[in-house]
Design a protein around this ligand. Structure first.
Ligand code: GLC
Length: 415
């Protein structure tokens, strides 16, 4: 494996070409599709990754991408995770979400992060002014509608909301006992949740809570980071009210996460409520996310990096960073990959560029520069070896899943 951590002109050009190829404009809305063969619509956290990537070579396209995204915001503040700007034939299955042109669930709120990336290169304060109200409404949506017990931790009602659709973190909540199971089995249990959500008319009620209520670590970490970014931007545009509310929630989330997620040195997601609340013990890359949300003291962070990130039984794979610890029974680096959507293992072990980017950000917050550089070098090596794929086998570096997948562009933003 090569350890070069710089982006050469060829790689830069390939990323620009890929983004041009995947760009779509429909009724004046410009966005980037994650992959032409498999994901031909606009996705929420993908668009944030796209905007962050685009901020490195086409800042106007980055702004257009986010404008299209927020234009689909619901009245209650939620931003749906898929926007179907136009019908397209593809491998992506038809799902009855119960909404007309969008899905009915959400995804991690990385928009504030993307707007900050755009601001850093454009100094366009008008764009910040345009985006902050949308982001603030989205942040508030989570506390109003996804935290019914006012715990300052938010819950997801479907694993897809985490962005890690079939991660083993959700097996217990889905009632899937076998650590290795077919993608189809996992997918159909998630489809049942879509129906339940539709039947509940998109209101978190006791029924939904009991059925599937996971307070997941990464989305809570991303929300906390979003609150900090929102507060900073609100200050810059003299929106004191938004800044104060965001800082208050930012502080409250740290206390709540340390109280409810932190056990024996690891932050772990929980499912259910009150007496029925359980910790989800499976170790995934999510245990590294508290770095991103700055939840750790210096010595806790050092211990995490030393004993978990560098551990050869857990995450120190030939290619960084596996999404499931290698000693977990559910760790499945490539499954019975037969080249189609239904046979991959997706979030059950393979490396994804989105999680790698989040991990490098977290490492850098705490000054772990050598580790961040190593994750960057690994990401570049994977693209050089296997192209722009959806995910990669951490043991062999082979690429799997969708082709011409955009997330590889994030290497431009790994420092
Ligand atoms: C897959 C991924 C999800 C992503 C979507 C579009 O469903 O699990 O994170 O948003 O593809 O790329």
């Amino acid at each position: 494996m090569s350890t070069a951590d710089h982006i050469d002109a060829t790689l830069h050009r390939q990323i620009r070409r890929l983004y041009e190829k995947n760009r779509r404009t429909v009724h004046g809305h410009q966005y980037t599709i994650p992959s032409p063969d498999t994901y031909p619509y606009q996705w929420l956290w993908d668009s944030c990754f796209h905007a962050i990537t685009l901020s490195h070579f086409d800042v106007e396209a980055a702004k257009a991408e986010l404008r299209s995204l927020v234009s689909a915001q619901f009245r209650n503040g939620m931003i749906p995770h898929i926007i179907y700007w136009q019908p397209v034939k593809s491998a992506f299955p038809t799902i009855r979400w119960g909404k007309r042109h969008t899905s009915s669930i959400t995804q991690p709120p990385l928009i504030a992060k993307a707007v900050e990336a755009i601001y850093a290169v454009s100094l366009d304060l008008d764009f910040v002014k345009e985006m902050v109200p949308h982001i603030h409404r989205f942040n508030r949506y989570f506390f109003r509608h996804r935290d019914p017990r006012r715990s300052n931790l938010i819950g997801v009602i479907n694993p897809d909301e985490s962005g890690e659709d079939n991660s083993p973190r959700f097996d217990m909540a889905l009632g899937l006992a076998a650590p290795r199971h077919q993608f189809v089995e996992n997918f159909s249990s998630r489809l049942r949740l879509v129906k339940d959500w539709r039947d509940a008319r998109f209101v978190v009620k006791e029924r939904m809570d009991v059925h599937h209520w996971v307070r997941d670590v990464p989305i809570n970490c991303i929300l906390r980071d979003s609150l900090a970014a929102t507060a900073r931007m609100a200050e810059a545009i003299n929106d004191t009210e938004t800044a104060i509310w965001s800082y208050q929630k930012y502080d409250a989330m740290k206390i709540a996460m340390r109280e409810q997620f932190y056990q024996n040195g690891l932050f772990l997601s929980t499912m259910g409520y009150g007496d029925s609340m359980k910790t989800i013990p499976v170790k995934t890359w999510a245990v590294l996310m508290p770095l991103f949300a700055e939840l750790l003291t210096r010595s806790e962070a050092e211990k995490l990096v030393r004993t978990i990130f560098h551990n050869k039984d857990l995450f120190a794979a030939p290619y960084s960073v596996p999404t499931v610890a290698m000693n977990e029974p559910s760790f499945d680096p490539s499954g019975d990959w037969r080249g189609d959507w239904w046979t991959g293992t997706n979030w059950r072990g393979p490396v994804w560029m989105g999680s790698n980017w989040l991990i490098t950000q977290g490492l850098l917050y705490y000054g772990f520069e050598a580790e961040a550089r190593a994750v960057k070098a690994s990401s570049i090596a994977l693209i050089k070896k296997s192209g722009f794929r959806e995910y990669y086998d951490p043991l062999t570096g082979e690429g799997h899943g969708a082709n011409d997948f955009t997330w590889g562009g994030l290497v431009l933003d790994m420092h």
